[in-house]
Structures are given as structure tokens and as C-alpha cells.
Design a binder for this molecule. Structure first.
Ligand SMILES: *[C@@H]1O[C@H](CO)[C@@H](O)[C@H](O)[C@H]1NC(C)=O
Ligand SMILES: *[C@@H]1O[C@H](CO)[C@@H](O)[C@H](O)[C@H]1NC(C)=O
Ligand SMILES: *[C@@H]1O[C@H](CO)[C@@H](O)[C@H](O)[C@H]1NC(C)=O
Length: 367
């Protein structure tokens, strides 16, 4: 470029060329300088070896903190969920993965030996003692034996540096750009946004026949004094806590974690949750604490019930394709034998390099 500029110019326009050359040189130096600065940033991060080896994949800009749990028996779910989030966005996603001690090595192998190796993450070991005195021993709920299901109650503890964060269940697939979900607007004074069980396109008709599963009375025992005293309406629409956008500043200011712990403890003594319909131990305390105090998530960002009997099949393939986030809540998981739209899930699943985890398939000719 330089010789051409000089050769095609008469002595009169030479000063103009000099100016252009100087500007080019300055621009060049600025670019070099910025890259050097970025590189030194990487060098100072705690576990970033991979970023130096493959700098073209490094993501910049505002960090989007995403909390997800990784349970050993369904580790492939968390992997598929993270992969779908990562591949469908260019945003600077940082995962906080909460797991149990025995799973750490398995998880690390899966992340480091596959195409997830560039994904920014930190792994946190859940301390089961956090739940001492907060879950009744005789609880029959399947959730009671899954301590990681309560990790979402401790969001600000796990992501102390962030003001805003996303929580995702592991049985989800994200098809949209997670940045869009992150930009969900939370009203002033609200610590979280959830997807309501009544106003969502996905909820309409799906839970009909499932009794009061989208009313507060399906989750809480309104005959109990402690519940009555709050003065909540029994037919209030519930929300699904599988996807949460949280304002962690508000969460801390309002002591949300302590409030949740309070209701968990009280439940072990006074048996406050309804067992007839929903049989959930995670949702009820959230319903109490966030009663009339939460913002809403765009329904297409939480299309759910794909794991409910037959329900998933009611969605048209076009609708499932248009959904930004799919949630297989219910008994029928896409990594098990009979589930709707498991082909969609399969697209994001990454084989386990250790060979321990295998999705179960009806026509399992391949493995
Ligand atoms: C966690 O697991 C490692 C081995 O993977 C073991 O050495 C360590 O004692 C465990 N820690 C706890 C607190 O169980
Ligand atoms: C979070 O809440 C705090 C305190 O109310 C507020 O100042 C802040 O703007 C909120 N942040 C977001 C991202 O909504
Ligand atoms: C939160 O807890 C702190 C310390 O226990 C207390 O001082 C404060 O009043 C509480 N705030 C709310 C909103 O409950």
C-alpha cells in the first residue's frame, strides 16, 4: 500500500499522502496496542490456557453469567444445555457449574476433551450441609434426594461478582441468543423474573387435566396457619423456576436466600407444601417468597412441559422450532427412552469422552 501511494502522487499532493500514512500508522498502532492489552488480560485470568491457544474464539464484551447444575446421573443434560447456549450466541457467556464432589473429574474431562474446551466456566462444589435441617427426612418428593435442585436458592453466593445472572435447569435446550434472555427487563424492586404458568403460549391447554398444577393451591397447603397468614390467593397463577433471570443486588437486599431457607425450615416442622398434585419441594418456597413480586419472561423463552405425558406431542414442529428455549420438565427426559422431540436435544448433545454416559434410545442400533 505504501509504495503505491507514493508513486502515484505528484510532489504537490505528497503532504496529503504523508497525512494519510501517519493516520494509517496511528490506526495500526492502536489496533496492535489493543490486541496486546487483551492478550495480557487473558494471561492474567485464572484458568485461561485455552484462550491463548485459540484467540479467534475469545469472546469479549459484557459477561453473561449463567448458573447450571451438573448431576452425575444426568451429566449429559447439562452438557447439551451448555452447548446449545454457547453455539447459539456470540455473547461472552460465563457458566458457573454447581456439582457434587464426585462429579468434578467427569465434568472436567467432558469439558476439556470436546469442543466445549473454549467455553468459559467455573466449577463449584455444592456443600450438602447447606441443606441441613431444611429438608424433611421423610419427604417422598423425588426432588428431596437431589440436593443440586436447591442450588438456585443460593445464586448470589455462587456468582458474587455479578449484578444480573441467569439460572437454567439442566433439562433445557436454548435455541435463541442468550443475550436476548439476559436483557429481560426486571421491574424496580424485583429480584427475579420467571415464566408464568398461565399467560404462556406453551402452558395453554397443556396442564389442563393436571388439576391445579398451575395454581398456588396445587403447591401449598392452604389449611396450614403459616400459609393462611400470608394472605395469598389460592388461585394465583404459579410460575416455573426452571429459568430465572435474577437481579442479584435486589436478591441480596431483600435477603431472598434467607427467606427461602426460613420457609424450608418451617416446612420440615409444619409440613406446608401440598403433596397431592405437584409434589415439588423446590417450587413452593419460591412461590411464597416471590408472590406478586416477580417480573415475567417472554413465553417463547420458556416453552415447557416437553417431558409431560404426551404433552410435548401437542406442539407442532414449527412451534418447537420457533421456541427460543425448550424445557423437558416432567418425567420424560430426552436422554431417556421415550420423550418428545428428543431429536432436537440430540443435535446439541456431545458424546461423553469417558464413555460413562449414554442417552437411551428406542432404536439403539448404534450404541
Ligand atoms: C472430593 O473428591 C476427591 C477425589 O475425587 C477426594 O480426594 C476428596 O476427599 C473429596 N472431598 C470431599 C469433601 O468429599
Ligand atoms: C438491580 O437492582 C438494583 C437495586 O434496586 C438497581 O439499582 C439496579 O438498576 C438493578 N439492575 C438491573 C440490571 O436491573
Ligand atoms: C436482611 O437481613 C439483615 C441481616 O440479617 C437485616 O438487617 C435486614 O433488615 C434484612 N432485610 C430485609 C429486607 O429483610
Amino acid at each position: 500500500m505504501l509504495p503505491i501511494l507514493v508513486n502515484t502522487c505528484s510532489s504537490l499532493c505528497l503532504p496529503v499522502n504523508v497525512v494519510i500514512l501517519v493516520l494509517l500508522a496511528v490506526a495500526f498502532l492502536i489496533i496492535v496496542q489493543r490486541n496486546l492489552l487483551n492478550l495480557s488480560d487473558f494471561l492474567h485470568k485464572e484458568n485461561p490456557g485455552v484462550f491463548i491457544m485459540v484467540p479467534e474464539t475469545v469472546r469479549k464484551g459484557e459477561e453473561i453469567p449463567v448458573l447450571i447444575t451438573a448431576a452425575e446421573e444426568r451429566l449429559g443434560a447439562a452438557i447439551a444445555a451448555m452447548n446449545s447456549v454457547y453455539q447459539n450466541s456470540k455473547a461472552n457467556v460465563v457458566f458457573t457449574i454447581v456439582t457434587l464432589n464426585d462429579t468434578v473429574d467427569h465434568l472436567k474431562a467432558w469439558l476439556s476433551k470436546t469442543k466445549l474446551k473454549n467455553v468459559k466456566h467455573k466449577i463449584i462444589i455444592f456443600n450438602p450441609e447447606l441443606l441441613n435441617g431444611k429438608i424433611s427426612k421423610e419427604s417422598q418428593s423425588p426432588e428431596a434426594s437431589k440436593p443440586l435442585t436447591f442450588a438456585r436458592f443460593f445464586l448470589p453466593v455462587y456468582i458474587p461478582e455479578a449484578e444480573k445472572a441467569i439460572y437454567l435447569d439442566d433439562d433445557i435446550i436454548v435455541q435463541g441468543d442468550i443475550q436476548e434472555l439476559y436483557e429481560t427487563n426486571l421491574k424496580a424492586g424485583h429480584a427475579a423474573a420467571f415464566s408464568d404458568d398461565c399467560d404462556s403460549a406453551s402452558a395453554k391447554g397443556i396442564v389442563r387435566g393436571a388439576g391445579n398444577q398451575n395454581n398456588y393451591i396445587g403447591f401449598l397447603d392452604f389449611k396450614k396457619e403459616a400459609i393462611k397468614k400470608i394472605g395469598m390467593r389460592v388461585n394465583t397463577c404459579t410460575f416455573n423456576p426452571g429459568v430465572i433471570i435474577a437481579n442479584l443486588t435486589e436478591w441480596r437486599n431483600q435477603n431472598i436466600t434467607q427467606q427461602l431457607e426460613h420457609w424450608m425450615e418451617l416446612n420440615t416442622r409444619e409440613d406446608l407444601y401440598s403433596k397431592t398434585l405437584a409434589d415439588s419441594v423446590t417450587t413452593p418456597p419460591l412461590l411464597i417468597v416471590f408472590y406478586k413480586r416477580h417480573s415475567v419472561i417472554d413465553p417463547m423463552w420458556h416453552v415447557r412441559h416437553l417431558g409431560t405425558t404426551g404433552a410435548g406431542n401437542r406442539y407442532s414442529p414449527q412451534f418447537v422450532k420457533a421456541a427460543k428455549l425448550l424445557h423437558w420438565n416432567g418425567h420424560y427426559k430426552p436422554w431417556r427412552r421415550t420423550s418428545s422431540f428428543s431429536d432436537v436435544w440430540d443435535k446439541w448433545f456431545i458424546s461423553d469422552p469417558t464413555g460413562k454416559f449414554h442417552p437411551v434410545r428406542r432404536h439403539s442400533g448404534d450404541n
